[in-house]
Design a protein around this ligand. Sequence first.
Ligand code: NAD
Length: 275
Amino acid sequence: MTYRGAVAGRWLFYDDPPMSQRLAGKVAIVTGSGTGIGAAIATRFASEGAAVVLADRDESSARAVCAEIVSAGGKAAACHVDIREADRVEALLEFTRQQFGPAHILINNAGVSAQKHFLDTPLETLRTMLDVNVAGTFLCAQAAARDMVKLGGGRIVNLASHSGLLGSSGRAAYAAAKGGIIAMTRVMAVDLAQYHITVNAIAPGPIDVPRSRQQHNKERRSAWHRAVPLGRYGEPPEVAAVALFLASDDASYVTGQTLAVDGGFSAAGLRVKQV
Ligand SMILES: NC(=O)c1ccc[n+]([C@@H]2O[C@H](COP(=O)([O-])OP(=O)(O)OC[C@H]3O[C@@H](n4cnc5c(N)ncnc54)[C@H](O)[C@@H]3O)[C@@H](O)[C@H]2O)c1
């Protein structure tokens, strides 16, 4: 798989495989799409024919990605949102209806992380993790699902993390939130199945986004290279490809699942060179 490369630190387009139009006629909201994984998902969805609303609390970065999509011939609009605020989330849904019609697809990608030893983690950090990652996902999913019920179906994909599946150092607050997203995904899938709405989660391993390039020092990066069987960080378009699958008709009988996109990290136990 090759990529056309990074533009302003973002991977924008695949050269190979050629684009299909798997999301033609669909409207998708991608939260947190001003950078990183969300920007890659929004860009890939637009290239697959979806009209995409890029929703981020950092409006200028959402606008920049939006402009790149539009100049490449895609359909997109940018909207400011703080997913913690119910009225802002309602405004996002209304913006989407006005721009393109109600959303068939919601990608709950916006999130925040924290890295601190358990004994040094303030309660406030836990509250922030739960507020953005769990309550934000809940609010966006509930608002979007109400429109999807009227549409007769839809797709919701929640970004969880390997930290919601496995223990790792310094992740108590973040893991609680991402584990919560995985549990909530299952229940949402059951409650929404009668409306033909599927709900799944993606649990990425280490993905090479601008934030992780800044935050992960040399020691952390080489620890990841050793721990991931594929021996490298994932690229944002590799997560976008899985989001596309889960948002497409190809995943019509998949719901309530969490799919790890982690180079085999969550599958690995003891690994030694000489077996
Ligand atoms: N990058 C990784 O290695 C990795 C690994 C596992 C899980 N994830 C998850 O994948 C998702 C995307 O990760 P990323 O690394 O691209 O993130 P990132 O930090 O690079 O970008 C997150 C985006 O979300 C936006 N955002 C944050 N809080 C918001 C709020 N309250 N309202 C609206 N927008 C808000 C930010 O402005 C930013 O544009 C996150 O949920 C993250 O937890 C990432």
